[in-house]
Design a binder for this molecule. Structure first.
Ligand SMILES: [Zn+2]
Length: 246
């Protein structure tokens, strides 16, 4: 079910699912009842209460939702979410870059997720998320950058490559077959480093952290019908102690 998971701070866990957890997105044409059953199974594996995991309606934008003030009757339209109260957060991907955040707040851990595809990355979704985290008092910010399509696989038209690297030069890449490409993870690392955020890139024991090359992961490029995996951040000890990490 989990491609990677770890306790990243006192009482705070993060994970990225694999296809063993199944498609977790409601917008890809899958049977909604089946998706809801998989989400419920995921919540049981995480040890969080049923229905507590917050999913977003992701639109390749830069809006950041405050998960602590969300009306759970509706799915927030946003590409990032922040919580200072331990709301379990999910971000769906299938080639885009999932980024998970942890910082030390005045009253305990502050967590966030962000969906950084090409558009969101260029438009500043990571900057907006970090700004919101710091606005909530988060200190000692760290980010975990999850599996995505890699720079050797993400072929794009030359004009798109040019437009993208004018905004973030670090995204420039070339496919393994010699054509223009983008390395979104390199772009994410570059933005986060520029913001003073420590970056960790979890890797599986074997194989690259590339959604297209690693068939345990969902890739829209490889298989548009394979749905979405998710990045997750949650508290394993509810109300965990407020401990500064920096
Ligand atoms: Zn690759």
């Amino acid at each position: 079910m989990f491609w990677w998971q770890d306790e990243v701070g006192p009482g705070v866990r993060m994970a990225f699912t694999d296809r063993g957890a199944g498609n977790l997105a409601l917008h890809t044409g899958d049977d909604p009842a089946a998706v809801r059953r998989r989400r419920a199974a995921l919540e049981r594996s995480m040890g969080v209460s049923s229905g507590s995991l917050l999913f977003l309606e992701q639109v390749h934008g830069t809006d950041v939702v405050d998960a602590d003030r969300t009306d759970r009757a509706a799915v927030p339209v946003a590409d990032a979410a922040v919580s200072a109260t331990g709301v379990p957060l999910a971000v769906m991907v299938a080639d885009c870059v999932p980024v998970l955040f942890l910082g030390a707040g005045p009253a305990g851990p502050i967590t966030a997720v962000a969906h950084a595809g090409r558009r969101g990355l260029l438009d500043g979704v990571l900057e907006r998320t970090v700004e919101r985290l710091r606005g909530r008092g988060a200190d000692g910010l760290a980010a975990w950058v999850g599996p995505s399509i890699c720079g050797r696989c993400y072929e794009v038209p030359a004009a798109m490559r040019e437009e993208s690297l004018r905004r973030i030069p670090a995204v420039a890449a070339t496919t393994s077959w010699g054509t223009p490409a983008l390395d979104l993870r390199a772009g994410a690392r570059d933005r986060l480093a520029g913001l003073g955020v420590a970056v960790t890139e979890p890797a599986a024991d074997d194989g690259p952290a590339c959604t297209l090359e690693d068939e345990r992961l969902s890739s829209h490029r490889r298989d548009p019908g394979s749905g979405r995996i998710v990045g997750l951040v949650w508290r394993s000890r509810p109300g965990g102690r407020a401990e500064r990490t920096a």
